[in-house]
Design a binder for this molecule. Structure first.
Ligand code: AMP
Length: 478
């Protein structure tokens, strides 16, 4: 039997193919139209010479046609390569050189039109579970971007596990406002909805007004933390809008406890936070039934083993975990343990019952004067200070300490008051040596705070040359 994941997804399509798949304002696109559109596009890909195993790179606006194209690539047995729509031509060049796709698509709509003249492909091309289905380049902030090779088994395992874990049921309607160049919108949200044969309230991008207006028609929403903070800033958010909803899911970046609490107070809903990554889909999730705790990412999904090494490094193994990095055998070997666990690069701790708490990325660890400082521990202290919306704690080169702890705070306040408050609650070496206030922290498309950007921006703060210059900052506090 073919293990093409398309067949699994299609097994969830409603038997009445006239049922809605995309709801876009007043416009409806049925499951039948999705299926036929995908099968025609698959025929077109094959006619254009795309063979099984070939890569198809896509940097296209979010549209129903781009979903059809994604499914068409799977049907044709090719390998889908999603690219962030914000990438410049210069950045895209790297991915094209690295992945050598047979086809690059900049917009799925004209391709779908062209495919209308063709007979739909009768059945998905046979694939084995180990065959590649996608290459997802990680949003790594340092070094070369790596292509995580995701096979049909990986995708299928995660889709089935999530569908079950989050209790998808008849009548569910998913509000889809995530980008589909990233696994959150592409695999997690899309696969669960398709597997459930659910309609999707389809938003080309997140807009708080539009999302709020659609909320009363939805039962499930998936978002990044920024979605929730933006909804909270909207005066229209209240219990009434969220009434028919049964589940709000959050991930891709840490959800602040303050956001979790504020959302619960305003809507009566406790956001379900989960943890995942391009290399493995979703790894852990707070429970659907059972306690959702702010600050914890919950329990390993069935089929995923999670453990931490002595330094707190999170390691994972299971059917949804990728098989390696594209054309990087060395890097792949380095990132897997001898017993087959992938080293995620995240640091955390696990309760005896398996519940996971993430404290940050290993590369964000600060070593100041020989002491290890975990930014999350300091951020938790700073985040509750008056005037602080959110904080990011980073390492900055320091002539004495090697690295110094520096806090960048979204909000308003006094540097000395923040340092004093941190010193009251934390060992002296953990307290920030400098504090900077900004309007907003820099984030990428998935709402992740870009610490590398901050590290670059504040790199010269303790530079002795800069310190002696007229504009240089004052001496660091000891
Ligand atoms: P990406 O591969 O772009 O999806 O990024 C994956 C990374 O996002 C993970 O390795 C984590 O560092 C981070 N991440 C995802 N979900 C969460 C979460 N709920 N809490 C904290 N970090 C998260």
């Amino acid at each position: 039997m073919s293990d093409n994941v398309y067949a699994l997804l299609a097994s969830g399509f409603p038997s009445d193919r006239a049922s809605p798949c995309f709801l876009i304002g007043e416009r409806t696109i049925s499951y039948g139209a999705l299926e036929t559109g995908a099968a025609r596009l698959a025929a077109l890909l094959i006619r254009r010479g795309v063979n099984p195993g070939d890569r198809v790179a896509v940097q296209a606006p979010k549209s129903p046609e781009s979903v059809m194209l994604y499914l068409a690539v799977l049907m044709a047995g090719a390998v889908y390569l999603p690219l962030n729509t914000a990438y410049t031509a210069h950045e895209v060049r790297y991915f094209l050189d690295d992945a050598e796709p047979a086809l690059f698509v900049a917009d799925a709509v004209p391709l779908a039109r062209e495919a209308e003249a063709l007979a739909p492909l009768a059945a998905p091309v046979e694939r084995a579970a180990d065959d590649l289905a996608a290459i997802v380049y990680t949003s790594g902030t340092t070094g070369r971007s790596k292509g995580a090779m995701i096979n049909h088994r990986n995708m299928a395992a995660n889709a089935v596990a999530l569908h079950r874990a989050w209790g998808f049921r008849p009548g569910d309607v998913l509000l889809h406002a995530l980008p589909i160049f990233h696994i959150h919108g592409l695999f997690v949200a899309l696969h669960t909805a398709l597997l459930n044969g659910s309609p999707m309230l389809w938003h080309a991008k997140f807009d708080a007004d539009a999302v709020l207006a659609d909320l009363p028609r939805a039962t499930v929403m998936m978002g990044v933390p920024t979605f929730y903070t933006r909804l909270l800033e909207h005066p229209g958010l209240g219990r009434a809008q969220a009434e028919p909803m049964r589940l709000f899911v959050c991930g891709s970046a840490p959800l602040l406890e303050s956001t979790f609490e504020a959302f619960a107070a305003r809507t009566g809903h406790r956001i379900l936070e989960r943890y995942g990554m391009s290399e493995a889909g979703i790894i852990t999730s707070n429970p659907l039934d059972g306690e959702r705790i702010a600050g914890s990412v919950g329990y390993p999904l069935p089929g995923v083993e999670v453990r931490t090494d002595r330094a707190g490094g999170i390691e994972i193994r299971g059917e949804s975990v990728f098989s390696g990095y594209w054309r990087m055998p060395e890097k792949t070997r380095e990132e897997f343990t001898s017993d087959g666990f992938f080293k995620t690069g995240d640091v955390g701790r696990q309760d005896p019952d398996g519940r996971l708490w993430i404290s940050g990325r290993a590369k964000d660890l600060i070593i100041s004067g020989g002491f290890n400082v975990y930014p999350k521990e300091i951020e938790l202290v700073l985040d509750v200070l008056p005037g602080v919306t959110e904080s990011a704690v980073i390492a900055v080169p320091h002539p004495d300490f090697g690295e110094a702890v520096v806090a960048v705070i979204a909000g308003r306040g006094e540097e000395s008051a923040v340092i004093d408050a941190a010193r009251e609650r934390l060992a002296g070496f953990k307290a920030p040596k400098r504090v900077f206030f900004v309007d907003d922290l820099p984030r990428n498309a998935m709402g992740k705070v870009q610490k590398a950007v901050l590290r670059a921006e504040y790199a010269g703060v303790f530079d002795p040359v800069a310190m002696h210059g007229a504009q240089g900052p004052e001496s660091p506090r000891r």
